[in-house]
Design a protein around this ligand. Sequence first.
Ligand code: AMP
Length: 399
Amino acid sequence: MSRKAVFPLPPNRTIGIVGGGQLGRMTALAAARLGYRCHILTPEPESPAGQVAAAVTLGAYEDPTALAEFAAAVDVVTFEFENVSAAGLDLLAALKPVRPAPAVLRTSQDRIAEKSFLNGAGVPTAPWRAVESRAGLDRAAAAVGLPGVLKTTRLGYDGKGQRLIACAGELDEAFADLAPKPLVLEGFVDFACEISVIAARGEDGKAVAFDVVENRHRHHILDLTLAPAPIAEETEAKARAIALRVAEALDLVGLIAVEMFVTREGKVLVNELAPRPHNSGHWTIDACPASQFELFVRAVAGLKLPPATRHSDAVMKNLVGPAEMALWPEILAAPGLIPHLYGKEEARPGRKMGHVTRLFPLGGLPGPFGIAAALGPLAERAAGLEEAVEAPDRLAHAI
Ligand code: AMP
């Protein structure tokens, strides 16, 4: 079999990507620059990734025929989407090298497996307990304390499948809302800010990490990323070390986003892992010599990783739903805004349609008012910034 001989993948070989979304699209664009073809597996006829890829297999992620046809057409398989069934993963892994390894995906697909792995690797998280029944929720609440956040263990994203529980009176309703799915209760973290680090690790075990960024959400959807995060140097060092430790402990070959909370006491707690490119790394396309997508492709293809340095500071603002898409003509006309659209036909509320990046000289990321001004037509849509302007203790973190 060609299984061992394939790496480093020579130019013109084919990377198979499971998932047809914008992460696959931007990965395919980066892969094309390195001379690779991408082949997408997606059930969607008009997918963002399919539009820019060399080939597409249209099929369900659980369909053995589609999976086998897809695997036969590619040299290596990767994912831009994590919710592939275990059986699907095993089928792919039996046919072609899969990077990251299926075990990494299994860990990140399930919040309990993920938190157990993290704590086992000495990485701190919010306190948590698995919840198997209504009585189990009472025990979990007693153990982690309230307020807490009850989450489904699988298939949650952008705040879906989770309920904030402020007091014991809300336990019944939250449980009724999310059960019978497997659940986990986490202690509520009164965070000063949310940050993330994207790390890549090659087949030689060498890992690199981009600078720590701050993420501001609106309605649970990422709104703004500030690169670098305006946090203390010590916090930045802790976050970076955690991301590299996670990549190492997973024996990752690929890319991983580690989402973290910074508590008001300066502790860094991991919230979630995503072993693929991440929305909070889109700024790297414009602000780094090699973006998260290039590092991802290089790791999957078995190439050496360049340093994850940035040449500019940056702010990334997502374009979500019809209200922000309506500003597209103004965005195109605004000096300094770098536009990215994902090729989605319909701008439904809450749907990520694209993003813009604004660059600043290295070390020149302005404060909230400066950022808002630099976003031009999007200034008033940057809800994360209004929050920052109103919350003096968040600003205390600014250097
Ligand atoms: P998740 O789906 O776990 O990424 O959560 C989505 C968002 O909900 C996070 O980015 C936080 O803003 C918030 N959140 C999730 N878990 C907690 C927690 N334990 N404490 C406080 N906020 C949380």
